[in-house]
Design a protein. Structure first.
Length: 287
């Protein structure tokens, strides 16, 4: 029951009606029996500053930030975590000692998904990230800070954008970060000695479920681990391609859950039931 004492959690985005965050977080809230509620708030890009300041005025306990506001909110919080600074994006804002602190839980979500869902106790020496957007920054950083990872290759349609990301992450991680196109020839050469591929592009996302960032699945070898950050649908075309090549393949649902659970813990000081959060989304897709 929502009462006068209920604390509000929220997600802001443009658009935001498609977000699964309310589904996940409210399932965790019900499971724990804590006095919170979680809502989705549409915020136009012109009103990001007002939205963050509104968090102060309304004493909203915590806020997730989704596309396209993850960079814009950074100039309106009081402090930013080391990971969020490195990635250049904030997806979680929390009250800490009367300050608004920006965090990035996408790095945690990707890392834990690769460790627990994909079963990687150690990452490969060479990792590949498909795409060069916000999620790619988190993925490159997550791979680049691992001591066992020596190099990361970014493959993107616009090489200049990938190169800019590579230059940033090379300075931050001290690793060999290179940029190439996402064409078949580049994929064939890069995939050959890679151990893990993380797709951060939207190719294959609903409704274009037959699309894939890998046009020729023959570049996928059986020892490759493919992690697709797309979670709608739960099994993507890229995953089916990888499984067809006898490689291991995993979808983005667990990353979504893990990053959300991390945000919840930051806000409330309570570790939420990740399995309950995941089940809420799975049931939404019909089990």
């Amino acid at each position: 029951m929502i009462s006068a004492s209920t604390r509000v959690l929220a997600v802001i985005g443009h658009p935001v009606a498609h977000s699964f965050s309310p589904l996940m977080h409210n399932a965790a809230i019900r499971s724990l029996g804590v006095d919170y509620c979680y809502v989705a708030l549409h915020v136009h890009p012109d009103r990001v500053a007002q939205a963050v300041n509104g968090m102060r005025g309304l004493e909203i306990a915590g806020m997730n930030v989704t596309i396209p506001h993850k960079r814009a909110v950074m100039e309106h919080v009081d402090r930013i975590s080391e990971e969020a600074l490195a990635v250049g994006a904030v997806n979680t804002i929390a009250w800490k000692n009367d300050e608004l602190v920006g965090y990035n839980t996408d790095v945690y979500g990707i890392t834990r998904a690769l460790e627990e869902t994909a079963g990687l106790s150690s990452f490969s020496e060479h990792g590949i990230v498909l795409g060069a957007g916000g999620a790619a920054r988190a993925a490159v950083y997550a791979l680049g800070v691992r001591p066992e990872v020596a190099r990361v290759t970014i493959l993107n349609r616009t090489v200049e954008r990938a190169q800019s990301l590579a230059d940033d992450m090379r300075k931050i991680t001290g690793k060999e970060i290179t940029a190439k196109g996402i064409d078949i020839d580049s994929q064939r050469k890069s995939f050959a000695d890679a151990g893990v591929v993380v797709n951060t592009t939207s190719l294959g996302m609903h409704p274009a479920i037959d699309a894939s960032p890998v046009p020729d699945p023959s570049v996928i070898h059986p020892s490759l681990v493919v992690y697709d950050t797309v979670f709608n649908p739960l099994e993507t075309q890229l995953m089916r391609q990888a499984l067809g090549r006898e490689a291991k393949a995993f979808g983005g649902l667990d990353m979504l859950v893990f990053q959300g659970a991390r945000s919840f813990a930051i806000w409330t000081g309570t570790e939420p039931p990740a399995d309950v959060m995941k089940q809420a989304v799975v049931e939404h897709f019909g089990g």
